[in-house]
Ligand binder design. Sequence first.
Ligand code: NAI
Length: 272
Amino acid sequence: MSNGILKGKRGIIFGALDEQSLAWKVAEHCHSEGATFTLTNAPVAMRFGSLQKLGEKIGCEVIPADATSMEDLDNLIDQSMTALGGKIDFILHSIGMSVNVRKKKEYTDLKHEWMMKTFDVSAISFHKLMQVAYNKDCMNDYGSILGLTYIAAQRVFPDYSEMAESKALLESFARSFGYHFGVKNKVRVNTISQSPTMTTAGSGVKGFDTFFDYSDKMSPLGNASADSCAKYCVTLFSDYTRMVTMQNLYHDGGFSNMGMNPTLLNTETNME
Ligand code: NAI
């Protein structure tokens, strides 16, 4: 079902790696809601070839860019404005990668050089992207910039490791840059805190299945799917949410406000 609520909007979508990716679903929904946009990912991710196929399917130009490189970001924004024929209305930052998690280092024994790389890819890239966009003055008034995050920024999920700090940093960049972008040209900057979702980045976390299951049972609405996350992103790119900015928005089926859910207990609860 499409209502054309992004008709006439131009955007840039980072982070679609394969069909499971949150950004992939966002791209499909933005397309069906009438937006035009470019797709981007790290040059190494292009080798898999899936993104190119998505681009062909929905008629989007694919522009490689390492989100940690200011030069790549600069080129990406210039090329996107040329391809789309004007300034940008929305940007999705859907990027995450932890070197220490990949190399299975325990939280109490992390390699700090790797941690810096993790922060650069997963959080500082958001600041870099916004800085390039801000200085190029490439955003239309009432544009919308979104990053994807996880509740481990606020609560402890031991196996999420250094990604917890990455997300805390990402959310803080959204608030701080949201101020500057708001004053400059009323651009909104928010983060969506999404439920655990079966994707390449998600399932890289140790014990992800248990994690996913726990959260699904704890949330009164169950885990939010990638598809519903994409629909939420669409609303935040649309004109219906023009006054929402500098927020971390939970899209998690209610998980963030739960204390205990009886369905998680093995024995029946008896409150008497
Ligand atoms: P994914 O693995 O499909 O997407 C991560 C993307 O980051 C990939 O496309 C990858 O190529 C890209 N990337 C990595 N290094 C890059 C670089 N240097 N430059 C440009 N792109 C780079 O996984 P998913 O789950 O779709 O992740 C998207 C976002 O959603 C991430 O920020 C993730 O932390 C967040 N998120 C994921 C959840 C989950 O359970 N899957 C839950 C909450 C948030």
